[in-house]
Design a protein around this ligand. Sequence first.
Ligand SMILES: *[C@@H]1O[C@H](CO)[C@@H](O)[C@H](O)[C@H]1NC(C)=O
Ligand SMILES: *[C@@H]1O[C@H](CO)[C@@H](O)[C@H](O)[C@H]1NC(C)=O
Length: 981
Amino acid sequence: MARSSRRLSDWTFSSITVVILLLLASCTVAVKHHDFKRCEQSGFCKRNRELADSMTEKGGPDSSPYHLDSASIKFKDGQLDGSIVKTLHDNEAVKLPLTITFLERGNVRVTIDEEKRKKGEIELRHGSVARKERYNEAGAWALTGAGLQSQKSSSLRKVSKDLSEVTWGPEGRFKATIRHAPFGMEFWSGDEKHVVLNGRGFMNLEHWRPKVDKPVADENATAETAAAPSEDESTWWEESFGGNTDSKPKGPESVAMDITFPGYGHVFGLAEHAGPLSLKQTRGGDGNYDQPYRMYNSDIFEYELDSPMTLYGSIPFLQAHKKDSTVGVFWLNAAETWVDITKSSHGGNPLTLGLSGGVVDTQTHWMSESGLLDVFVMLGPTPQELSKSYGELTGYTQLPASFSLGYHQCRWNYVSDEDVKDVDRKFDKHNIPYDVIWLDIEYTDDKQYFTWDPHTFPDPISMEKQLDETERKLVVIIDPHIKNKGGYTVDEELKSKGLAVKNKENNIFEGWCWPGSSHWIDAFNPAARAWWKTLFTYDRFKGTMNNVWLWNDMNEPSVFNGPEITMPRDNIHYGNWEHRDVHNINGMTFHNATYHALLERKKGEVLRPFILTRSFYAGSQRSSAMWTGDNQANWDHLAVSIPMILNQGVSGYPFAGADVGGFFGNPSKELQTRWYQAGVFYPFMRGHAHIDTRRREPYLLGEPYTGIMAQAIRLRYALFPAWYTAFHEASTDGYPIVRAQYYVHPEDEKGFAIDDQFYLGSTGLLAKPVTTEGAESVDIYLAGSENYYDYFDYTIYTGGSKSHRIHAPLDKIPLLMQGGHIIPRKDRPRKSSGLMRWDPYSLVVVLDSNTQATGSLYVDDGETFDYEQGAFIHRKFVFADGELSSTNLGTKGSKTAQYLKAMKDVTVEKIIVVNAPASWSDVNEVSVTGEGIKGTASAELIYHAAAGDKAAWAVIRNPRTSIGADWTVSLPKTADAKSEL
Ligand SMILES: *[C@@H]1O[C@H](CO)[C@@H](O)[C@H](O)[C@H]1NC(C)=O
Ligand SMILES: *[C@@H]1O[C@H](CO)[C@@H](O)[C@H](O)[C@H]1NC(C)=O
């Protein structure tokens, strides 16, 4: 949760304010704009936009003051080193070391530093203890170290005095041209140009300079005494916002670059924003934003929709897409970052942005407050290759404990251990599966984490034991703010060991959050992370056992009385880095510290930890799930959750969900029901509600709503094998778990902007949740030439890039299966996913127009790391030539044999073949061969003829094939022969 931050902070200050605010809250629902900056209120954003405007006026980059010194260029083993010189108004030169690395997979990294700061030859104002270097550790947190190998075979050619060219990439397919004056780069594949750096001259690296106090109204000021006669210094040295003054001991230090994608009409990514998947233009005009997309992790109270405002997490990774080509940019910077996006079209009709033969270019402008200019360019050319590249650099999604794919039940708050037990029993009474129940902040004793309220949670262990009987779990919240209170040992240790974040005077920073006065753990400090581990052991965090997992909230960090509800930028972290330099990474260091703490709760106990985080950065996918924060119980918030979650997938962080039902406010029964139907397609599915809302556990709504929601949750559990397989793909290849239209059909231009329908993994399952009130139908767009079939009744919808209207009364989830896929399922309803472990499988084979289909399945124990030693099953299913076969995709490891033995009796109990050929109508038996089957066995086939608009289908009953074995199920040859006629 984390929620009405302002409201609750005020609560701690005065109960009168609370009453007033509660009254206000019931009639107004709006983000407090005055709490957060607009570009023109952020000095560096304003300065860089002004620079962009003046360059645009000049019509090109020619006056850009950055020149690559040709004599400085050294090229060796795929790496270019050189020096960029920035020439100032008085002809003084600033040296900026440049490194360009041409990487194995076809990516390029361009890094620009500042020599004076690298050498520490600057002076800080106000006696600051901050480091003098530009922040150069973002990579140490975000990157895994993989994918950074330069391609030794790449070669440099001097084209002219002012132009160099590097060839590299798979089969030397890529070419980069480097213009020396002004510095700029173009990236080519074959004879097509895909990405341009500094093509518009917006490059800017604000060099360090001393502050010169100018006498007032000194008309005789010269270049020696003023940095530049015409420059406006008003935002250089100090900036005030919301009553807080940033002392800016290093003065102006932003980095910026324009990056253009010629011919690319769509850009996706830059999580997290509440808007459409295809990012909008940001410099005004009809239907556009007038603000850049902002990334500055913030606790935004009641966020607004269709907005480029910053939210809780940041991933500065962007994919540009056009028909049959996808390229990307990863801007590795941890400071506040803004990105302007504009599009221009040439040729064709300018109003249709590319759909009528014209070409669209997308231009982006990246601006960060501080740090290195460090950018990766990725040449794809498919969305899948980009996911792989980005995942290789920043890590893939951690394969989660399987329970975390189940339904999570949360509210602020379950008020006592008895309350939790009661909710648990009621789910069972109503036959609704769930896996996890959650506790928000009120379980603690006076908001002191690692304690329990002695009155309301006197016996947490008995509560956890009751949950464990059905293999259910408990998640409790622990935030990074530690109550500032004498006698609270956690705070006393934090202080005495010097592990907290410090203020600009280098003393322990104190601010306000849920507990009132608080201190913040500095998880950048290895000693702080080591100490954090000691707090979670079972004998230290009493009242927990091994089915208790963690929720890390408020880790932007949220500071109720801080500027923009966060820490002052001049706070000091471990290594003496300023908070401004590391802000967007802060949340990740905290949830990662929790992840590692949970790995070591007890010697010998190695379970995959589950952690939910609100704040995140590139790399967070390696250890945690995320959710979209404090949304509202209204239809628009339900609708926006889909593009937001799709964008998390594009941004390499697919284990994502939105609060089902909406956090603030009370959903109508219809809205709540529709939200559950959509929520079963979130990779992370959790119902959650604010403390002021009415209870809304799904069993409370009454019929028909409760029954419909229970059906939806059971659908999620039936598709568990498909979900887990999709998570496995994310964990090995970086693919999104739910996939946008453009991602699955990168050739189909009509689908590029579609962001309200999506595919589940590689299964060909296409869902389009209903997100409008009173709707009785939805229109769904079907790409590809194959037909689609209704998941529930096999109604046929013809493919071929067109839309179909699907009847969708309240009890219906629009869900189709594309021909050509095999979908694994488990059809026996259970109380939790853990209890399904030994259940048999069903396979749904959806034949394509050639009577073929393929699919895959990944299975492991769902809780340990034994899969790393081969304890898993990974199968490929193929239907062709009248035979369905299962073959091994997995590699072998030391624990494979043991695992296969344990899984020997887990079988396929049912094969459903949709779009079964009419020639099967007189077949009533199939033969089964394979490992563990003596000779040839047989199984019954029951055929159902096509009727009306519904496809024919067949069921093969109980082939008794083991899920981990090789086997083949064969139709009689005669039936197959007939199907070919
Ligand atoms: C500027 O220079 C002129 C000529 O040297 C001098 O008379 C005048 O006092 C100076 N003004 C200021 C404000 O220093
Ligand atoms: C995560 O924690 C581990 C263990 O403390 C540490 O080695 C690693 O650098 C951390 N990574 C991030 C992204 O915080």
